[in-house]
Design a protein around this ligand. Sequence first.
Ligand code: SAH
Length: 346
Amino acid sequence: MKKILQDLSFEQLKSLVSELGGKSFRAKQLYDGLTRGKSISRINIDPTLRSRLLEEYEDEPVKIEQVFTSSDGTEKYLFRLADGNIIEGVLMKYKYGNTQCVSTQVGCRMGCKFCASTLGGLIRNLSAGEILSQVLVVNAMHEKGRERGVTNIVLMGSGEPLDNFENTVNFLKNVTAEGGINVSARNISLSTCGLVPQMYKLADMNIPVNLTVSLHSPTDEGRRRTMPIANKYSIEEILKACEYYFRKTGRRYIFEYSLISGENCDKAHAERLISLLKGKPCHVNLIRLNEVKERELKGISEKEAYRFLGLLEKGGLSATLRRTIGADIGGACGQLRAGYLKKNEE
Ligand code: SAH
């Protein structure tokens, strides 16, 4: 595989262009073209510079392979990377704008029992530019005039962003850079299964994105049943890291809680969760489990989910039940890619 031009910041691109003998305004043209989701060969720059670049850099590091559109407007994407790997993403349309869910790794090595992304293990990390390009190509499809097509980003696709720390942080720097697509850090949420040391590192980076932690149980014992990472870090350690994040960034933190039948959503769990989180500057996001056919775990009904939500609210927690969208176009959380890989093996 060649190098990825979208890995570079504007400053780095300027140095590269000057090394290749290009005039400095070329760097701006190039950067603007890349920001608009164009491949190198489609950007209007000096042909000599273009061919020099194409010798070393991938023309189109992330290509849209397939788009699935739901009746509610949600779009799911399969992207093809330059080495042939496939990743997936989603664009959810809301009144206030469009939220894109991006992947940070091909596969994942965290091994959560409910998740399809981890079924085949980790294949490789994505580079900063491969993460960014997912946004750039989808934004290009949806932007209208000066209005951005992608207004919000969640790092909740395949992979564990903090397990690919450096590339993820470089992505965050580049996607929030003023001269580029310039998505505000406030409109970006990073979700982690709870890699405590990296949560501290992120807090010190001065990129105040929303921090989301996949909790899924109010006890360490319960977490260990579905999340191997819980053997390494306790809930207490996670809460301390969240508190630190809050102090550093002023951002309230969010817990993801997938409702799994018989595992984490009866009255006793609600009570434990309330005593664990009450009074903390946090929000709980409930999601009904998206059943993965390779896994045994079962979800609960919408009615039961609302009952659990009611208990949390009555106990004084700020909580919401995330609505399930795009259900008619294949499950989320790595199931699209898993299905694609399977079909292409047969
Ligand atoms: N690695 C990150 C991002 C993963 S995906 C993390 O662990 O947070 C985003 C969220 O979807 C996580 O909270 C994850 O636990 C959850 N998730 C994964 N598979 C799911 C499924 N089948 N049903 C419901 N939520 C799921």
